[in-house]
Design a protein around this ligand. Structure first.
Ligand SMILES: Nc1nc2c(ncn2[C@@H]2O[C@H](COP(=O)(O)OP(=O)(O)O)[C@@H](O)[C@H]2O)c(=O)[nH]1
Ligand SMILES: [Mg+2]
Length: 258
């Protein structure tokens, strides 16, 4: 399929139990999607599984190998660079490999991206929610959202969601190399930059399911780093370092030109 114009970036660290099923489901969607797996030398062989996919589906599956576990944020950036500069993507998605973000919501997200610059697969809009999550995880996510919205003025309801769809112009407008978070708080920092630039942001309700296979990579250290990120962004907001720009109108993608 040479009309692949949307790439899904899937960062992986020890996701061998999930990767084959995920890629199978993504490629089966009725949309011209490609996948970029960003693997950090997973000891469980996830990177080799991804390579087998890239050999079988060279147009649609791409792999970036990094030598060590270097964090979620930098994995997204590596994927963004490849999608923007090597694969000429028009839309770029991010999602977890663990089925917390179910591929079945992607068609709704793509539809919304016709009139929003950034679409979030959101737990906190009507119709969305969390399934099978521990109270600790639910509480952590609620608190993080409250703080991010309160201190940073973010308007989205689910500010920490990793299930996102960016239009190309959004990512192209952001100096990716200057983003300082390397881990999970990258998501909040990125959303802050998008909102400040006036891009229009929409949310599609999703049911977030806690992973069934493998283990979470969120650590106490990541949570501390996230608090530091929010504080840093809050100070930047106070100092008006990141200027707030007027809302940018959305123009429809004309796919007939492809
Ligand atoms: N490449 C890469 N992927 C990561 C890293 N940390 C987490 N991931 C992946 O990022 C996604 C989200 O991580 P996960 O453990 O599910 O976080 P949680 O859903 O917040 O518990 C999963 O697909 C992980 O395999 C990392 O340092 N590097
Ligand atoms: Mg997860």
């Amino acid at each position: 399929m040479s009309n692949v114009d949307t790439f899904v970036i899937v960062p992986t660290y020890n996701e061998a139990d999930n990767l084959d099923d995920l890629i199978t489901q993504l490629l089966a969607l009725p949309a011209p999607l490609g996948v970029i797996v960003v693997d950090d030398n997973s000891p469980d062989g996830t990177g080799q599984m991804a390579d087998a996919w890239a050999t079988a589906e060279p147009e649609r599956v791409h792999v970036i190998h990094r030598p060590d576990k270097m964090g979620l944020g930098t994995a997204y950036i590596a994927g963004f660079q490849k999608a923007l500069h090597e694969l000429a993507a028009k839309r770029i998605m991010t999602m977890d490999a663990d089925f917390s973000h179910n591929p079945r919501y992607i068609p709704d997200m793509l539809a919304m991206s016709e009139y929003k610059h950034l679409v979030i697969g959101s737990r906190y809009v009507p119709g969305g929610g969390s399934l099978n999550c521990t109270w600790k995880r639910v509480w952590l996510s609620r608190m993080a959202n409250m703080v991010a919205r309160g201190l940073l003025g973010l308007k989205a309801r689910d500010t920490t969601a990793g299930f996102r769809l960016y239009r190309r112009e959004v990512l192209a407008s952001i100096p990716l190399e200057s983003i300082f978070s390397s881990g999970y708080s990258f998501l909040v920092e990125m959303l802050f930059m998008c909102q400040r630039r006036g891009w229009q942001i929409g949310e599609v309700p999703i049911l977030f399911e806690d992973r069934r296979k493998g283990q979470t990579k969120i650590s106490r250290q990541e949570i501390l780093k996230a608090q530091y990120t929010v504080l840093r962004l809050f100070l930047r907001r106070l100092r008006r370092k990141e200027p707030r720009q007027p809302t940018v109108p959305v123009s429809r993608y004309d796919n007939s030109l492809l």
